[in-house]
Design a protein around this ligand. Structure first.
Ligand code: ATP
Ligand code: MG
Ligand code: MG
Ligand code: MG
Length: 571
């Protein structure tokens, strides 16, 4: 530790909103270098590499072969697949000195398809699984929570190429098993949920969500059976009109047309701390109410606008809100009949959701009365009657499980750590990827794509394995197996140094606190807890009599053990 490139911090960094971010910065694992860009310090790099090593092992176990593409790619391939346009503002685009257009790849389906087309051509070549662990770039609207949502991040992306639909299903199943093994080995508590395959096209798609309060994904799970689905997946694209007879709906009359103040009051009454910003409160135009829920770092934005009203300044809204809001505003402009309230965690019935593209967990509410004068919709969703009066409509979780007869749905939050897709022939069609079949006829290849957020996983692990004192790494990814801490001014450092060498010789990863004697024992203990190796050995007064203290970070257990037993206990 006397030479380690490390400075631990006593104070929480101001910009860190979630525990993993706070602790990874405080314990000296990462350091912010750019908006959504982080530098890996030595400790962090060790964890990242260990996570990556597990991913490599499990990918090799299903026959995955590693390749590595550039991140800087010419426009053509993405133009051909339609994603140059489809990605919109989400990709970084740039030009070279000759004016040729490039992008920094957000994901690599196009390139893998072209590579396979380049080298393989016969049915005998298939199936094949290729993968890489590579830096991806996405111009995320709201980079947040440190490694959890970066604009530059590390992803393992794998692609399967099969001749038949059955083959694809097999490749998909293999990845599913590999992912379960990866996330189990990483010590993550996770749920597999069915997901919407969205802009990717294709059919079967599942997400791996690590349970976490700070997660941006909201999903529903059955209290009884194993059914789980992303809320995005249980929405329908076009909502039916609100069915007032629907069980679970509570219709409340509100005494008067709500004002901004009353909306904020309502938000407060529901446990949301309110802050408002608006440009024309009197007409309720272009109003953004920013809400934060206690214990949830993510801000929730309540947008109130006037559908179809040209005065709604989309640019201004866009600057403050998720891009999906803008899409929604546009939809509302052309389809006033779609106007309905929506709030992610509270409204589960597909019929009442406005737009599946709205980010789960955001609170969006918008609407208009018949005259188009007021646009309001509040936290639980409101509907407007033709005469311009307003009723509050509440839909609660607990709706019956679609899978089993007994259960009801619960709302949970998670971090998307992995995602598997049966892409089908979308990319093969775009590029004409065929193999020559046994009968001499071309066979169109069918593909799967499979992603793991490698850097995000580091934060997800930290999120699930920490306490008020610091990080508590699972053994499989910890930067060190054991920290050796001399406590005392006598022979302790010498004994500790010798013990550390013995442990290293036994194959353990050891961090020896050989900092100068002026560093107090209290500081050493606090740093050890913050850094979070699974075990510490305290070499204290008893060491001269051959006794040291073994501390287990996760349980805070402490026991006196003979010095000679330490290696045996830790290996
Ligand atoms: P999200 O819904 O969180 O934006 P995504 O669905 O856009 O993620 P995919 O395209 O499925 O992400 O990418 C595969 C994996 O890459 C994700 O499951 C996630 O673990 C990781 N990932 C995606 N975006 C980011 C990011 N901005 N920062 C860190 N990891 C990310
Ligand atoms: Mg995304
Ligand atoms: Mg996602
Ligand atoms: Mg995804």
């Amino acid at each position: 530790m006397s030479t380690l490139f490390l400075r631990t911090l006593r104070e929480d960094p101001a910009e860190a909103e979630v525990p993993s971010h706070r602790l990874l910065v405080r314990a000296g694992y990462v350091r912010r270098a750019a908006p959504g860009g982080y530098t890996w310090l030595p400790l962090g790099k060790m964890v990242l590499d260990r996570v990556a090593a597990i991913v490599h092992e499990e990918m090799r176990a299903i026959g995955g072969q590693e390749v590595h593409f550039p991140a800087l790619l010419p426009r053509d391939a993405y133009e051909k697949s339609g994603r140059w346009t489809a990605y919109g503002d989400d990709i970084f685009r740039l030009k070279d000195r000759r004016g040729a257009e490039y992008l920094l790849a957000p994901t690599h389906e196009e390139l893998f398809t072209l590579l396979v087309q380049d080298l393989f051509g016969s049915y005998r070549d298939f199936p094949v699984i290729l993968y890489q662990i590579q830096t991806k770039f996405r111009d995320e609207a709201r980079p947040r929570a440190g490694l959890l949502r970066g604009r530059e991040f590390l992803m393992k992306d794998a692609y399967s190429f099969d001749l038949t639909d059955d083959g694809l299903r097999e490749s998909y199943a293999k990845h599913r098993v590999a992912y379960q093994r990866i996330f189990e080995r990483l010590g993550l508590d996770f749920t597999i949920v069915s997901a919407q395959s969205g802009a990717m096209g294709g059919s079967g798609s599942e997400e791996f969500l690590a349970a976490a309060e700070v997660g941006e994904d909201t999903f529903v799970g059955c209290a009884v059976c194993s059914y789980a689905a992303n809320t995005e997946a249980v929405t329908t694209p076009v909502p039916a009109p609100i069915d007032r007879e629907h069980p679970g709906l509570e219709v409340h009359d509100t005494p008067e047309t709500p004002t901004i103040a009353s909306l904020v009051d309502l938000a407060n009454a529901r446990g949301l701390a309110g802050r408002t910003d608006w440009t024309a409160a009197d007409t309720l135009k272009n109003v953004v109410v920013e809400l934060s829920r206690p214990g949830v770092a993510e801000k929730e934005l309540l947008v109130i606008g006037v559908p179809g009203d040209r005065e709604v300044d989309l640019k201004r809204v866009e600057a403050q809100v998720h891009p999906a809001a803008v899409t929604m505003f546009e939809d509302f402009a052309s389809r006033p009949d779609l106007v309905r309230g929506y709030i992610g965690p509270q409204k589960l019935d597909a019929r009442y959701l406005v737009d599946p593209r709205v980010a789960a967990g955001s609170a969006w509410l918008t609407g208009a009365n018949e005259a188009g004068k007021h646009a309001t919709n509040v936290v639980s969703g409101r509907d407007f009657t033709p005469d311009g009066t307003i009723e509050a409509v509440e839909v609660r979780a607990g709706d019956p499980c679609p899978n089993c007869a007994d259960g009801t749905l619960e709302i949970r939050r998670g971090i998307e750590i992995g995602h598997i897709f049966q892409l089908g022939r979308r990319f093969a069609d775009a590029f004409g990827l065929d193999a020559l079949g046994q009968d001499g006829k071309p066979v169109r290849i069918t593909m799967g794509s499979y992603g793991v957020g490698v850097s995000r996983a580091v934060a997800a692990i930290a999120e699930q394995h920490c306490d008020e004192r610091g990080l508590v790494w699972p053994k499989s990814v910890a930067p060190f197996d054991v920290q050796v801490i001399p406590a005392g001014k006598g022979a302790q450092l010498e004994i500790a140094t010798e013990l550390a060498s013995t442990l290293v010789a036994a194959g353990l990863r050891v961090l020896l606190d050989d900092r100068p004697a002026k560093v107090s024992t209290g500081v050493r203990f606090a740093d050890a807890d913050l850094i979070g190796a699974p075990h510490s050995i305290v070499v204290g007064r008893g060491a001269t009599d051959g006794v040291v203290e073994l501390r287990v970070r996760a349980t805070s257990e402490r026991s006196e053990v003979p010095l000679s037993d330490v290696v045996g206990l830790l290996t």
